[in-house]
Design a protein around this ligand. Structure first.
Ligand SMILES: Cc1cc2nc3c(=O)[nH]c(=O)nc-3n(C[C@H](O)[C@H](O)[C@H](O)COP(=O)(O)O)c2cc1C
Ligand code: SF4
Length: 433
């Protein structure tokens, strides 16, 4: 991390870092105060556009551009939803930001809300995050008691309320339209897009959904300017500070902050201490479980930003880096992954509902030594029919209502294609209980 000073996690571990008093004594809410009192909506949006901030929830959509889609002449109320569902396996950064510095996240929400003329915002938090929900409630109470939320915030004419809404623990409720359905009190079934939430979101009104980490970046952009942010990292097209979650077979798993564009090998070997027991690296999932696996020989020199990881045939996603050493059984890893997706499919679309179940049936017989030679190509065929070929251009999307279809089929396909001999060996050699 030479020369890089943490921005998002600067106060992590300091006593009282979650309190308003601590936050205010460290320049807290200065950016929100100036955004609310001195900036108009277009100035805020322009600054965030200039920064190049891309969504940290997985898809990397530019935040300022998303905010600009909200139709300002619409008479309907506008809503902001902070997506704190964080269900992607391998991803555990948002809860850290909330636990240690909830006011940074709330400040980002106030600025985003002002930018889209929203007066009621939500934090949709995963049901299991009981502690985090309490931390947020406490922080919001502190804000209400200090005129940072409520009516006439920062002694302006601007009103804003924020409500914490606890989900019930379904991965699909992290997908923005499933989330909106759930927030409306319905089953978390994703909606067909278009219309996108910016036009018809919560209660049919214009809505922005942003990830926790995305919003945590916003106060720093307003305080330091868009150009400052764009200068952080290796690539001005995909800039900014980034939280990398490292799990799996490393010596020091955890969340590491560094600039976008940090080399994956630096994160794994220098920050996370290298591979456990000094084993050889076998493969890495770079961006949470939905991203296609990369083999050890594909990560040399790979920079961790949206375009670079895409060019390498995978996805930057949520930067949930799952490291697998030489002892990893890829068939079991694939089975494990497929079981998660089959369990979490919401069941609306036939290719996803039936396809995920079919995949685990095939993988189940593989692990029991009952696999058939034709099963390997059958798995590839099933993944193609759920989510299309691994082609990260937008044209390949669209066989299912939501991108969950791609999220299951791309990683399974990559594992089968890249480690085919291991699957074949199960036909002749390996049988587990
Ligand atoms: C199956 C699925 C699960 C998702 N889970 C999350 C999640 O837990 N948190 C999140 O921020 N985004 C998640 N997303 C992405 C959201 O749909 C949405 O793109 C994101 O919240 C937008 O915020 P951003 O632009 O700030 O990244 C998920 C997407 C899919 C398809
Ligand atoms: S792709 Fe899967 S998770 Fe998404 S709407 Fe269809 S069935 Fe539900």
């Amino acid at each position: 991390m030479t020369g890089y000073e943490p921005i998002l996690t600067k106060h992590l571990g300091q006593p009282g870092s979650a309190t308003l008093a601590y936050y205010l004594s460290n320049e807290g809410y200065k950016a929100a105060r100036s955004a609310v009192r001195d900036m108009d909506r277009s100035q805020i949006i322009q600054t965030v556009k200039e920064s190049g901030l891309q969504g940290r929830g997985g898809a990397g959509f530019p935040a300022g551009v998303k905010w600009s889609f909200i139709p300002q002449n619409s008479k309907k109320p506008k809503y902001l939803i902070n997506n704190a569902d964080e269900g992607e396996p391998g991803t555990f950064k948002d809860r850290l930001l909330i636990n240690h510095n909830p006011h940074q996240v709330i400040e980002g929400m106030i600025i985003a809300a002002k930018a889209i003329d929203c007066h009621l915002a939500f934090i949709y938090i995963r049901g299991e995050f009981v502690k985090e929900a309490r931390v947020l409630e406490t922080a919001l109470d502190e804000c209400y008691n200090n005129k940072i939320l409520g009516k006439g915030i920062f002694n302006s004419k601007y009103n804003l309320d924020i409500i914490v809404h606890r989900g019930a623990g379904a991965y699909i409720c992290g997908e923005e339209t499933g989330l909106i359905e759930s927030l409306e009190g319905k089953r978390g079934w994703p909606r067909i897009k278009p219309p996108f939430p910016a036009i018809e979101g919560y209660l049919g009104c214009p809505t922005v959904v942003n990830n926790v980490e995305t919003l945590a970046n916003v106060p720093h952009i307003i305080a330091n300017g868009g150009q400052w942010f764009r200068g952080i990292g290796a690539n001005p097209e995909s800039p900014g500070p980034k939280l990398y979650c490292v799990s799996g077979h490393v010596k020091k798993p955890g969340v590491y902050e560094g600039p976008c564009g940090t080399e994956l090998t630096t994160i794994i070997y220098d920050w996370a201490g290298g591979i456990r027991d000094d084993n050889k690296l076998k493969a890495v999932i770079p961006g949470g479980s939905s991203s296609p696996v990369l083999k050890a020989n594909e990560i040399d020199g790979l920079k961790m930003d949206f375009p670079s990881v895409q060019a390498a045939g995978s996805m930057f996603g949520s930067a949930g880096i799952i490291v697998m050493d030489e002892t990893t059984d890829m068939v079991q890893a694939c089975y494990n992954l497929a079981r998660f997706y089959a369990h979490e499919s919401c069941g609306q679309c036939t290719p996803c509902r039936e396809g995920t179940t079919w995949l685990i049936k095939i993988l189940d017989r593989f692990t029991k030594g009952q696999g058939r030679q034709e099963d390997i190509d059958l798995m590839l065929d099933v993944t193609d029919n759920i989510g299309g070929l691994i082609d990260l251009s937008y044209g390949s999307f669209g066989k299912t209502i939501c991108p969950f279809g791609e999220a299951v089929s791309w990683p399974v396909r990559a594992m089968v294609e890249k480690f085919r001999p291991e699957f074949e060996s199960y036909l002749t050699e390996k049988v587990t209980g």
